[in-house]
Design a protein around this ligand. Structure first.
Ligand code: V47
Ligand code: SF4
Length: 397
């Protein structure tokens, strides 16, 4: 007889609340949970319960597969015309500090610095400034592609696109087609924050609205292209706002199927205008990963961004619905270190990343941006592998 899955044991537990049981049964039957059930989970479900449900889905979809990629970041500038309250790049904060504004040549030099490295993706995102207009980015993408055609360009968010298209007087559909023709391969998930207008108006006023963010992704997906989605949580939003955010993403995904990964971004409170807000606990972070995994039944991947949450929470998250931990990075990603990320110098070698994944009994797979497998590291021995740097533990799914 097959041993019972933890979820089956849970379903037979007579002490468990009826509402918990209905949700657990839905997950077991591969049924979608409702908005109210999402809010209920945030309000009442404890971490072990959520972990069993989310891990059930994670293992059913991916087994122990855990994805990462080799990428590098370019942040064109840390100055910005907007004034998001959570951001260490906002204009008010930056008036007091050092700023940078890379030229085209400086950005291309960064790209060239990686010529001898086996990176598959460049992730470009930063502040919004008038000189970085549509023409600038068209030329940047073309120049990168001329230099290294195989490098995947994952660049800019609807915040930048809304701004540059408005300035260039082109509509979203035309604008995204032009960016595609210039060499844009995919869109990262940033700028989503929280869609609910009553929250967005306070923390990120003036930049694109939630509906505009969704519309730009919709137009991009209509071109057959892929993108990611994020949610900035743990500040002034309520649970209902998080579920509303997930609901809107789930609806758009039903329509276009263009999202690849959802990345919850934990609000960090250092050096910004919301520093008085206490950050969420690790328990809340894990609950949030788990509920995201349960709610977004039409998303393939849930990603934890290790550079932001730290290696330990990233490891833990792999048992709470997460199957991707982003990439190996150098230390050019400053937005997080400024905001108080765990990793002040977010660099991890491939070996470190592989060890981090293996040490919790998972299977490390290097992927490209579109989730094609580049290398299966399960049985790869590193040349300096005298003995394993981790202890493989039996893992209960
Ligand atoms: O949109 C800014 C966030 C985002 C803070 O698609 C903050 O693969 C927490 O979207 N605390 C940009 N978060 C980063 C992003 C991203 C990261 C990694 C991978 C991908 C991907 C996308 O960073 C911004 C904003 O929501 N952010 N300040 C802060 N204080
Ligand atoms: Fe500018 Fe983005 Fe920071 Fe807002 S979050 S101030 S748009 S860099």
């Amino acid at each position: 007889m097959q041993p019972k899955h933890l979820l089956q044991i849970l379903l037979n537990d007579t002490s468990i609340a009826q509402r918990h049981k209905i949700i657990a049964q839905k997950v077991y039957n591969n049924q979608r949970i409702s908005f109210d059930e999402g809010v209920y989970l945030y309000q009442h479900a404890n971490l072990p319960f959520l972990g069993v449900l989310a891990n059930y889905i994670r293992v059913k979809r991916h087994g122990n597969n855990t994805y990462f990629n080799k990428n590098f970041h370019i942040e064109p500038t840390n100055l910005c015309v907007y004034d998001c309250k959570f951001c260490s790049y906002s204009k008010l904060i930056k008036q007091k500090a050092e700023g940078w504004e890379y030229t085209m040549d400086e950005m291309l030099t960064i790209v060239k610095n990686y010529d001898s490295q086996a990176v598959s993706e460049v992730h470009i995102v930063g502040g919004v400034l008038p000189q970085y207009d549509m023409e600038f980015y068209i030329n940047l993408f073309k120049n990168i592609k001329n230099h290294r055609p195989s490098l995947h360009i994952k660049a800019l968010t609807p915040v930048e696109y809304h701004y540059i298209f408005k300035k260039a007087k082109v509509d979203y559909a035309t604008g995204m087609q032009i960016m595609k023709d210039a060499g844009l391969d995919s869109m990262p998930g940033g700028g989503a924050e929280i869609f609910a207008p009553e929250i967005r108006q306070i923390i990120a006023k003036d930049k694109c609205t939630g509906q505009q963010w969704l519309q730009i992704h919709r137009e991009w997906h209509k071109l057959g292209m892929r993108s990611n989605a994020t949610m900035l949580y743990g500040h002034i939003e309520e649970f209902k706002h998080r579920v509303d955010h997930l609901e809107q993403l789930r609806n758009l995904q039903d329509e276009t199927k263009g999202f690849q990964a959802f990345i919850p971004l934990k609000f960090r409170n250092h050096d910004n205008q919301m520093s008085h807000i206490t950050e969420s606990t690790v328990v809340e972070d894990l609950r949030n990963y788990a509920i995201s995994r349960i709610y977004l039944d039409n998303f393939d991947h849930i990603k934890s961004y290790w550079a932001m949450i730290g290696r330990n929470t990233a490891q833990l998250s792999l048992n709470f619905g997460v199957d991707d931990i982003d990439g190996t990075l150098d230390d050019t990603t400053k937005i997080y270190s400024l905001a108080g990320a765990e990793e002040q110098h977010p660099a991890m070698s491939t070996r470190e990343l592989v060890d981090l994944i293996k040490s919790v009994g998972k299977k490390p797979l290097e992927r490209d941006t579109l989730y094609h497998i580049i290398t299966d590291y399960e049985n790869v021995a590193f040349t300096d592998d005298a003995k394993p740097s981790y202890y493989a533990l039996p893992v209960l799914n």
